[in-house]
Design a protein around this ligand. Sequence first.
Ligand SMILES: NC(=O)C1=CN([C@@H]2O[C@H](COP(=O)(O)OP(=O)(O)OC[C@H]3O[C@@H](n4cnc5c(N)ncnc54)[C@H](OP(=O)(O)O)[C@@H]3O)[C@@H](O)[C@H]2O)C=CC1
Ligand SMILES: CC(=O)[C@@H](O)[C@H](O)COP(=O)(O)O
Ligand SMILES: [Mn+2]
Length: 402
Amino acid sequence: MTHTPRDIILLGSTGSIGTQTLDLVARNPDRFRVVGLAAGGGNPALLAEQALATGARTVAVAKGSAAQDLNLAFYAAAQQRGYSAGEFKVPEILAGPGAAAELAARPADIVLNAIDGAAGLTATLAALDAGRILALANKESLIIGGDLVTRRAKPGQIVAVDSEHSALAQALRGGAKEEVDKLVVTASGGPFRGRSREQLWDVSPEQALAHPTWSMGPLVTCNSATLVNKGLEVIEAHLLFDVPFERIEVVVHPQSIVHSMVQFVDGSTLAQASPPDMRMAISLALGWPHRVPDAAPAMDWTKASTWEFFPLDDAAFPAVRLAKQVGATGGTAPAVFNGANEECVGAFLGGRLRFPAIVDTIERVVAEHAGSASSQGGDLTLEAVLEADAWARARARELTAG
Ligand SMILES: NC(=O)C1=CN([C@@H]2O[C@H](COP(=O)(O)OP(=O)(O)OC[C@H]3O[C@@H](n4cnc5c(N)ncnc54)[C@H](OP(=O)(O)O)[C@@H]3O)[C@@H](O)[C@H]2O)C=CC1
Ligand SMILES: CC(=O)[C@@H](O)[C@H](O)COP(=O)(O)O
Ligand SMILES: [Mn+2]
């Protein structure tokens, strides 16, 4: 089959999702072409090398001061490859906090948002407003934006990259919406699965960052350890598939092979299974609704394997319960939950906060916000979300200081 290559703007290109996306694109030049790249600016050498390798027209960096480093790194990368002037084209460089959002509105077929954290919100909104297909890894932007994001998106405009939501989207192709009984989101359980709350007080950042099945950036890895990631993913599933929270369940599956399931009203369950490798979900999002051959290794059914499923221990890991409550509240509550979490993760990884205090602090910040006037309803605005995010971070900083 012949394909017209899809033009891709990749935000967060130097990260875990970003580099796996570039691997896929390099292996499928007939299907995908990168026209724009964005990163924070923390690794100009890698970003420059990526720009040279892909021939991206435009490169964006969030750190304004990184523009010059990026320009120098680009020439150094060209020299290292032995290119002479005329053999390569210097990309346009956009720099500053709004650079990724500016890039997201440039011409392309797909914007893949793989920025980590709330910083991805303005780029998500820009991509949707520009009418691009949004391949969404940056779950935080959908969760904190809530109906601010969903109101802007046309049907089918957001395609999930998150492994669980890719699995749910695949399973949902197997039945009509009114036949869906529940969504079952799988969780690895993280590195501390099986521990009690008491046993979590002394765990270290190194232990929290050693995910048992996935290699990912630090924020989402720490969120997997607290199960905050699973809480965020329940809200993400609610927003993407419009299924009420009481019909979204979490089950612990340590092997991370079944990426999620849909149970139908007749008692049948469809599960999506593949070895843990994000290139599977990324390729499907970029190629949607088509699959990309050999995107990632498949299961080897000639080898014996064991798949286990356990109920979630809510007492040791209360984040999912709290996230469901926050998701059901809606408005700015998810932004507060997420902002407090990002601040607490920073404090924990910096050695200033103990592990169970991450979710304890989020819970306190969420409760304080619920009692404030700013938590009241109405249509969500970008200003309200950013204000709630900033307030939650400041309050979490106060609570965790010292
Ligand atoms: N990794 C995974 O397997 C999975 C990740 N996700 C989600 O995907 C997203 C990305 O995760 P992951 O790849 O692990 O994260 P990483 O920390 O590995 O990468 C984050 C990327 O975002 C860039 N970045 C940070 N801030 C900005 C900004 N303001 N503007 C532009 N770029 C920015 C970073 O650039 P720099 O290098 O310069 O800092 C880096 O390229 C998260 O939302 C995560 O929850 C979901 C499922 C699986
Ligand atoms: C790969 C992916 O989608 C991550 O978001 C993953 O879900 C992390 O694993 P757990 O949160 O289940 O530990
Ligand atoms: Mn996930």
